[in-house]
Design a protein around this ligand. Structure first.
Ligand code: IVH
Length: 672
């Protein structure tokens, strides 16, 4: 066989056998035969794509992994009331709950194929993480082979025992959590912590194919244990009033926390029964069957030294406070947020005041209380994060509220508690919205510096211009080589097709984060429908969507209108694909309209319909499938009757949910 042909043959063979091995668990050749094909290809054509797109073991952080089962976040609570509320809204009467410490490390997904560790990935955005197989294999208690030959995705937290942290790492890192994500993602030899100093604690498992027949999460945790995986410890609550025991449990852990072997930041409570979980379902971003209860936040005192004002991506001009360095929860804090002008006024804080700051999880530290003028002592014995002594002085003055935008100098508007620069062409807003676009779409090689350089040279003015860049324009910029220019173009090319939710999120509209963007996208399903909604000012209200209030709906409509020319320009260059509708179930593909006065809140009814796969619209047309009519239904009822549409009462609607669902459903469908 000639060289090129042989290479093609080898590349095809490697791809074929890899697919069989990893995705079908049905190898046709031995490991040695596979290795021989691989080695020959590597020798003949070391840069062949097949060798680099490999699933098995790329260098950490170089390959993105699409999670087959998204890694969700949880609803959060901080008080006893939050626990009571969680139990009340998730109870079916006498339920069983499970509590586990909420481990403060780094989430990891371990994919096993036929019981062999095939791939490990970080949580990342929840939809996409990074391949960290190489390092995950080093984690002390991660088995390379399970005791059962199944396909499963095990989820858990990678943590560092505090004893190890104290012994080896305390001097180089403020907390074990940072070390965990660093150790998983670093390339060998270039990092701070060793992955072999980490421990994996499992809390969940999903099965892509057959799943063991189990009713409860606690049975799955035991199953994991038998399979050779170490689950996080769990406790069951099943008394008449489980919320009482659960509250006591948080108190017990509050005391135990300081001496526990791993760092924890709260307790996760979950409904144990899996089919009850399925019945409760999810909101756009968290399951309704779990609550992440967090310990009260960590607080400390400091002194306010000065305030800088910054214009953000949405034009909000926010005060960033500089404070005397202060350790809070193991981290030295020197910059904290004061949120907005309203907050500055509410706290009545002046430069030189003694203040309480707080830091909770990853939330940016903030000032929450003001104690009036600080003393000289308040400034003593403070150290920057690098260990050098702090030598600031105590100056007292009023916080000046700016009249002009710190970025573009234009006049500012006061909107509620916020100062805002409304000029869309404001430099800060443009730079930030470009950076936000690139960061949201995970374009690795395009950062703040490159964007600033492009803006400065006038090569780029809008997001759309990014997609018009050519190689010469980028490589001519300072510090941009040939290779980084190609890399930037590659990254841009990858985002020329994206779905509606990512598109909306990346536009960086105020209040439109990934969850809201997803919910809205599932509602409209296409950019075309969405634009029709804004253009025609349709009476269909966004507020019918769970989680979207009037304010967000209004901000969203305005945000789209303001960006209309950008959206039109962008959609002629890139392609925005449709979003599939949210859930699926007995009402798949059916449209509903709700009218009249009903016994349940309208939102709740709409949500129940959507959870069953239906769509809720605001008006009656010939295409409508069902009108749900309550008491005193008026013109919509008359219209539906005249079209001969199906009309259901509220009871009839809810009766449908009680009927058994058709078709087999596994216990594990709930999270997909
Ligand atoms: S259950 C559907 N259990 O907390 C989500 N999560 O806020 C299943 N975490 O990203 C998660 N300890 O990384 C669960 N015992 C525990 C946990 C835990 C820590 C983390 C996890 C997740 C985050 C959720």
């Amino acid at each position: 066989m000639a060289g090129a042909e042989r290479i093609q043959h080898l590349a095809d063979a490697v791809r074929y056998h890899r697919e069989l091995y990893y995705n079908h668990a049905a190898p046709e050749v031995s490991d040695a035969e596979f290795d021989a094909l691989w080695d020959e290809l590597k020798e003949l054509d070391p840069s062949n794509d097949v060798l680099h797109e490999v699933g098995p073991e790329p260098l950490p952080g170089t390959v993105k992994v699409e999670h087959m089962f998204p890694m969700r976040s949880l609803d959060k609570g901080v008080s006893d009331e939050d626990i009571i509320h969680f139990v009340t809204q998730s109870t079916f009467g006498g339920n069983r709950y499970l509590g586990q410490p909420k481990l403060d490390g780094s989430a990891l997904s371990l994919e096993y194929v036929s019981g062999n560790l095939h791939r490990a990935a970080t949580r990342g955005s929840g939809e996409r993480g990074e391949d960290v197989t190489l390092n995950a294999k080093l984690v002390a208690n991660v088995p390379l082979r399970l005791n059962v030959a199944v396909d499963c995705h095990v989820r858990g937290e990678v943590v560092m025992p505090l004893a190890t942290f104290d012994e080896k790492y305390r001097d180089i890192s403020p907390n074990p959590r940072n070390l965990c994500s660093g150790a998983l993602r670093q390339k060998h030899g270039d990092g701070k912590a060793d992955a072999s100093d980490l421990i994996f604690q499992a809390y969940d498992v999903k099965f892509p194919k057959e799943s063991p027949d189990m009713q409860n999460d606690s049975e799955l945790l035991s199953w994991l244990q038998d399979a050779g995986i170490e689950p996080a410890p769990w406790t069951i609550f099943e008394s008449e009033e489980p919320q009482k025991e659960m509250i006591e449990f948080t108190q017990e852990w509050g005391t135990k926390r300081a001496s526990y072997k791993f760092e924890i930041d709260g307790i996760v409570f979950k409904l144990d029964n899996l089919s009850q979980r399925e019945n409760l379902g999810m909101t756009a971003h968290h399951p309704r069957w779990a609550l992440a209860w967090k310990f009260p936040s960590q607080e400390a005192f400091s002194v306010l030294l000065g305030v800088d004002w910054q214009t953000g991506r949405t034009g909000a001009v926010t005060p960033v406070a500089r404070i005397a360095p202060q350790m809070v929860g193991g981290v030295t804090v020197e910059n904290v947020t004061l949120h907005n002008v309203g907050e500055v006024q509410r706290l009545g804080v002046k430069i030189g005041d003694r203040v309480t700051i707080t830091r909770r999880g990853d939330v940016i530290p903030k000032i929450i209380d003001n104690h009036g003028p600080a003393s000289e002592e308040d400034l003593q014995n403070r150290f920057h994060a690098d260990g050098t002594a702090f030598t600031g002085e105590l100056l007292v003055s009023k916080i000046e509220i700016p009249n002009a935008c710190p970025a573009c100098g234009r006049e500012l508007n006061m909107e509620g508690a916020f100062l805002r620069c409304i000029a869309l062409e404001c430099d800060a807003r443009t730079a930030r919205s470009l950076t936000y676009w690139c960061r949201t779409l995970e374009m690795d090689g395009i950062g703040e510096k490159l964007i600033e350089a492009l803006l400065e040279r006038g090569i780029v003015e809008t997001i759309a211009d990014l997609y018009r860049l050519n190689h010469t324009q980028i490589s001519n910029l300072e510090r941009m080589g040939d290779k980084s220019a190609y890399n930037a173009l590659d990254e841009l090319a990858k985002t020329r097709t994206l779905n509606l939710a990512r598109f909306l999120h990346a536009l960086g509209m105020e209040r439109i984060g990934p969850e809201v963007a997803t919910t809205i996208s599932q509602h409209f399903t296409s950019l075309e429908n969405l634009l029709r909604w804004t253009d025609e000012g349709l009476d269909e209200e966004l507020t019918i969507i769970d989680g979207i209030g009037e304010k967000v709906a209004a901000i969203f409509r305005e945000g789209i209108n303001k960006r209309r020319s950008l959206i039109d320009e962008l959609s002629s260059i890139i392609s925005v694909t449709n979003e599939s509708e949210a859930s699926s179930g007995i009402f798949d593909g059916k449209s509903f309209c709700i009218t009249g006065s009903l016994s349940r809140p309208r939102k709740e009814i709409a949500l129940a319909i959507k959870n069953a796969g239906g769509k809720v619209v605001g008006s009656v047309s010939n295409n409508l499938d069902v009108l749900v009519a309550g008491q005193k239904a008026g013109s919509k009822l008359a219209k539906a009757e005249s079209f001969g549409l199906e009309i259901w009462s509220e009871d009839e609607l809810f009766g449908k949910f009680a009927e058994p669902k058709s078709g087999p459903k596994t216990l594990f469908d709930y999270d997909q």
